[in-house]
Design a protein around this ligand. Sequence first.
Ligand code: NAD
Ligand code: UDP
Length: 329
Amino acid sequence: MPDMVRKRILVTGGAGFLGSHLCERLLNDGHDVLCVDNFFTGTKDNIVHLMDNPHFETMRHDVTFPLYVEIDEIYNLACPASPVHYQFDPVQTTKTSVHGAINMLGLAKRTKAKIFQSSTSEVYGDPHVHPQREDYWGHVNPVGIRSCYDEGKRCAETLFFDYHRQHNLRIKVARIFNTYGPRMHPNDGRVVSNFIMQALQGQSITIYGDGSQTRSFCYVDDLIEGFIRLMATGDEFTGPVNLGNPVEFTILELAQQIITMTGSTSTIVLRPLPQDDPTQRQPDISLARSALGWQPDVALRDGLEKTIRYFADTFVTEKGVIDGREKND
Ligand code: NAD
Ligand code: UDP
């Protein structure tokens, strides 16, 4: 790495799905990585392959408590991200977003580190504008069962922009749309992992509602490339910037695609739609295209192939399918 400066980079939530891919990428790019995680939804299995790397360190820590380390950059990813996980302890979810942001912003202020926030398309709620652009303020229920996550993330964005205005912090805010890939949690209830696990076990594929609601699915490698490009922008660029795949599918189409690709005998069953479940979601990524020169490359079929292989290799035994993970280890 002759021309490159090795940075000390903190990744909160580094043992999670996205965090583990980000740690891997940053190490490959030649940086020192400190992965901080309380292992609520993340697992050491996601980062075990990095443990022998002398430039990788991991620390069990809850971001709702202050953290004193010396670093050059922070990627703040710590937060349960799927409805089953963030609704398990909603108060802790809000604390993680809000107190976690305050603690990480305080750390960035003291160390003069550049700081990235993993915000979410959920800040748009059940949107009335389609596709969603960054200047849309959203349509969010403040007192519903998704609010601990949605409003926590909205408040975190507010804190990021106030620290930027008030303390000149260098901030980068990404609004992430549904992302999938290897190391998704098998039981997180998210649609891609649910459908793949159900298909691999020959169980019924549970569509909530009639399956006409839409989502757009970004493969994890594309998303991580977006993170790196956003972090590398000049100080004047703060975001928020949408990162996601603009190709939109109905949930029914996704189910059919996964059944076909796994060769499964599963059939589709309809279940009630959860409260406040957005009916459509698709990012407008014009800003990411112009400011970051970024757009996703991986087609759903190719990304699903890798994801299905991961789930089959990790969780399927000769006797059927098990969750082979040591949870909360
Ligand atoms: P994940 O659950 O796999 O990862 C989150 C990680 O944060 C886990 O390792 C978990 O143990 C850790 N964590 C949770 N609370 C913590 C706390 N208080 N202190 C320290 N660590 C804590 O989820 P993910 O999909 O990798 O999501 C990562 C980030 O990206 C989250 O902030 C999420 O809101 C955001 N995001 C993800 C998606 C997506 O589609 N995956 C979409 C939008 C936003
Ligand atoms: N969904 C579904 N069956 C499942 C899991 C999810 O039909 O087994 C639906 C869910 O109701 C939502 C969409 O798939 O309309 C995406 O759900 P997910 O939880 O993955 O993400 P989010 O709702 O946060 O976009």
